[in-house]
Design a protein around this ligand. Sequence first.
Ligand SMILES: Cc1cc2nc3c(=O)[nH]c(=O)nc-3n(C[C@H](O)[C@H](O)[C@H](O)COP(=O)(O)OP(=O)(O)OC[C@H]3O[C@@H](n4cnc5c(N)ncnc54)[C@H](O)[C@@H]3O)c2cc1C
Length: 399
Amino acid sequence: MDFTLPPEIETLRLKVRAFVAEEIVPLEADSGNYNEFDNIRMDLLETMRSKARAAGLWAPQMPKDRGGLGLPVMGWAAFYEEAGRSIFGPVCLNCQAPDDGNMSVLNRIGSVAQKDRWLQPIIDGDVRSSFVMTEPHPGGGSDPSMMLTKAEKTGDRWVVSGRKWYISGAAVAKHFILMARTSDDPRRGLSAFLFDRDQPGWHIVRRIGNMGPDEHGGVCELEFDGLEIEDSNRLMEVGDGLKITQIRLGPARLTHCMRWLGQAKRCMEIAAAYTSEREGFGMRLADRESVQTAMGGLAHDIQVGRLLVMHAAWKLDQGDFARKEVSMAKVHVADTLNKAADTCIQLCGAKGYSRDTVLEWIYRYARCAKLVDGASEVHKMVLSRFYSKESNDFWSWGI
Ligand SMILES: Cc1cc2nc3c(=O)[nH]c(=O)nc-3n(C[C@H](O)[C@H](O)[C@H](O)COP(=O)(O)OP(=O)(O)OC[C@H]3O[C@@H](n4cnc5c(N)ncnc54)[C@H](O)[C@@H]3O)c2cc1C
């Protein structure tokens, strides 16, 4: 077992670290750099994206012949963690959700024509994208078998009707990946489609307000009332929807974890700076055992998360779905991010609660980590099912 990074990935990691430190982190301190939803201003984002491209730090998950860096999933882990050090990092380097997961799945399963039409503009940074799956009751949420949005075939077209919500980025997206029901078959009842913002037959009902800083394009509720999709814009085969969901969500969940680890480390960095300077009751805060226990505990949680992420990344690189490993990473890293933000706010006193650092931003954002791409309870249910089936082999090494 070799835990060192290949030299070219280590070199790249250091380059990302320097770019984030020199170019992106300084932007966070100026409130004028934010939009009204607490994210980086769009015009500034375009400037930063040009700089990232010029620096060769762009679309790490995409193949080189399409303009990406062609890294294996283990390389993404190193890259994204460094990008995640800044709250603006991933979006500036084109490795943020939901584009990141959408690009990965299109690259994996799209035909060449579909990649040229739908994927390439996202890689190039010309358009943004959304993944459209979750529905209001009684439709599909944690349980996708409850999905009600229908796509019905008429001639060479599919006609879509139904309602979706909490769709990230929908208000700025141009390319959409839609999951819809095409039959009542319990295993093969869902299919995946591509559509463009400018097609008629759907609209955004509302941008849903939430507690966190918002992705560009927010989270939105959508209604479909006759959207027509050509059969050539269907992904894989009719009935492959659940399979496509697995192909998309495995890596997408893991890249969330990679970015969140970067954020959790940033929280520690801010708390370390404060507690090493601040004194009270005759000593530096950093010299108090209770502070050291808190910081040591976080360092430990983060490293457990990094090992879980790397193990899952390695399995994905071997062609495995890594369902168990991704679920374990997702549950643990979501908890770690929440704990890191909360603990570090506490250690920084009033400053932690203020907007003088990004701790309060990360704290608000962190709460969605236990919900997005599968609630923690659902991941634990999946793990328990694996354990019931595998017993002690649950912990076997290898594929
Ligand atoms: C910020 C944000 C962005 C999102 N972006 C997208 C997006 O881009 N595209 C998209 O399609 N969706 C998106 N979602 C939706 C997200 O994927 C769903 O919220 C998630 O899958 C859970 O579905 P639900 O909200 O319907 O919860 P429900 O299924 O209603 O579950 C509610 C709660 O019940 C509990 N629960 C559910 N099942 C079980 C179980 N088996 N065992 C124990 N407890 C259980 C959990 O605590 C869960 O949180 C986003 C959500 C948020 C908050």
